[in-house]
Write a protein that binds this ligand. Structure first.
Ligand code: SAM
Length: 508
């Protein structure tokens, strides 16, 4: 069933409540710095196709100095987004229930420093892509950034027919609910694979992909594969479309893409280094790494930082570790496989980042790092931020208001955790972005906030009310006492590892 307003986009089931880190203003600004480009001072931020609005809501709480505007034409999602904004007392975010076409026509919007769209461009028609380009042309300030993600070729090439197979399967259950259509789609794809359809034999990896798809949330699958439009793009084609809005590409927002050593062989680097045209080079790079999904940053009017400006921005930039130290792996993955992080650089760096929010200058004068080449430290910071272990920290200006706003937002999220596990991120006033915390951790935190004497028992009461169970070895625990024991074990780890982290990030 499609409805008139949805123009072929999936509207029967709401999208998931994800948070996408690349939307974070401080991260986008840091990515611009890494690429040697000037970032705007962000005062107005727009998200197009905001889905449940969770990312924009969280970012608004964590960045009260920025005015956020977000639109999505699905009213069910907009209701939830507005409810959360109200529960968090957020006054710097406005949600619109506009289609992209309606949003372009508005005359009551400011000009924006950042326009972001995640998970949109590959899933809509040519016409709607045109509306987005026109919106950016009209509404992005000179110097403004665009963050845009899309399914990419050639990485999707082998699996494109799998999507078609799923669509064929869904048609076999036409008229039924989207969930029934998805099951029918998966059944048909499995049948074709099961009878050794040669498509699967000739495209190794597609059967594995089908297996992965089977385990994914149905709401996600509905929005990924069952829209009328689904177009993976070559980077060069997206860059050409966005050139009409005067945009030029500056970098990937997925910072590990910047690390040639883990993604490209020396021979591949040599081939790419001979190409001057940025768009062609990026497109060919996608052939080298078989890119499937791109997270690009474009700018309207690229201005290169002078060397001195770049040094001064680096010198002041502060960083902090945003995960428990026990969760830091000393390996990093790129298209070429895994690389091991050199202990002599990373261990002292992580030690310093775990102690607080040192600036780059402070890191360079840390006794354990002072002998290190500054470029090596810079590179290591890029890797750690790229993996998501470390975050670029916001300035102290406005810190008090950020703390208050994040507290209100996090409390609204934690209150929801009593009934649901769908909101999995809390806002940090330290870096203006999100920290993943599951429902159980949120409830532990809520118990502490509310002065509960026995947080584990508090959490178990909440979970059992919802008929939720803890799991051990992948199996649900049926017995009350077993659930409580499991929770007590988790609470000990929470106290030792998580709570100090959440305190440092201004969340607890
Ligand atoms: C795959 S979801 C991504 C949502 C969100 N950006 C995220 O990543 O969680 C795509 C969203 O775009 C919205 N959308 C699709 N076409 C649209 C249009 N023409 N105007 C406004 N919103 C649209 C859908 O309702 C949906 O919420």
């Amino acid at each position: 069933m499609t409805t008139d307003w949805s123009a072929g986009y999936m509207a029967e089931v709401s999208y998931t409540h994800g948070f996408y880190r690349e939307l974070t203003p401080s991260l986008l600004e840091f990515a611009a710095l890494l690429s040697g480009h000037r970032a705007p001072q962000t005062l107005a931020y727009c998200e197009l196709g905001c889905g449940q609005g969770y990312s924009s809501n969280l970012l608004a709480a964590a960045n009260p100095h920025i005015q956020f505007h977000a639109t999505d034409f699905n009213p069910t999602q907009v209701v939830g987004a507005r409810d959360l904004a109200a529960a968090a007392d957020s006054t710097n975010i406005t949600f619109y229930e506009d289609s992209f076409g309606e949003f372009v026509a508005r005359t009551d919007l400011p000009d924006f420093d950042i326009i972001a769209l995640h998970g949109i461009y590959s899933w809509i028609s040519d016409k709607h892509r045109g509306e987005i380009v026109e919106f950016i042309r009209r509404r992005l300030r000179p110097g403004g950034l665009v963050y845009i993600s899309y399914n990419t070729l050639p990485g999707w090439a082998a699996a494109m027919p799998l999507r078609r197979l799923l669509v064929e399967g869904a048609a076999g259950a036409a008229g039924k609910s989207v969930f029934a259509r998805i099951e029918e789609a998966l059944r048909l794809a499995e049948t074709v694979s099961g009878v050794n359809g040669r498509y699967f034999a000739h495209n190794p990896g597609v059967a594995d992909r089908l297996n992965r798809i089977k385990g994914q949330s149905r709401a996600y699958l509905a929005h990924e594969f069952f829209n009328e439009h689904w177009t993976p793009f070559y980077h060069g084609d997206v860059a050409a479309e966005l050139a009409a809005a005067k945009l030029s590409w500056i970098t990937s927002a997925f910072l590990l893409d910047r690390l040639d050593a883990i993604n490209l062989s020396p021979e591949q680097q040599q081939v790419l280094n001979q190409i001057d045209d940025v768009s062609r080079r990026e497109t060919l790079r996608d052939f080298m790494v078989n890119q499937q999904f791109r997270r690009d940053i474009f700018v309207k009017g690229a201005v290169r930082l002078l060397t001195g400006e770049s040094h001064s921005l680096w010198a002041r930039q502060r960083f902090t570790l945003s995960v428990e130290r026990t969760k830091v792996s000393m390996k990093v993955k790129g298209a070429m496989g895994e690389a091991v992080l050199q202990e002599e650089v990373y261990v002292p760096l992580l030690d310093a980042l775990e102690r607080g929010c040192p600036s780059f200058t402070e890191l360079l004068t840390d006794p354990a790092l002072v002998a290190m080449n500054p470029q090596r430290v810079q590179q290591a910071l890029m890797v750690l931020v790229g993996v998501g272990y470390v975050q670029p920290v916001l300035s102290d200006v406005g810190a008090e208001e950020r703390h208050q706003r994040c507290r209100a937002f996090n409390e609204a999220v934690m209150r929801r955790a009593r009934w649901s596990s769908e909101l999995q991120y809390l806002a940090s006033p330290v870096f203006g972005g999100a920290v993943m915390q599951d429902q159980v951790s949120q409830l532990f935190l809520l118990a502490l906030t509310e002065g509960e004497a026995d947080p584990s028992a508090f959490v178990w009461r909440a979970l059992s009310r919802n008929n939720q169970r803890m799991f051990r070895d992948g199996k649900p625990l049926t017995d009350d006492a077993d659930n409580l024991t499991e929770l007590r074990g988790k609470y000990r780890v929470f106290q030792v590892d998580t709570l100090p982290l959440l305190r440092r990030l201004g969340i607890a």
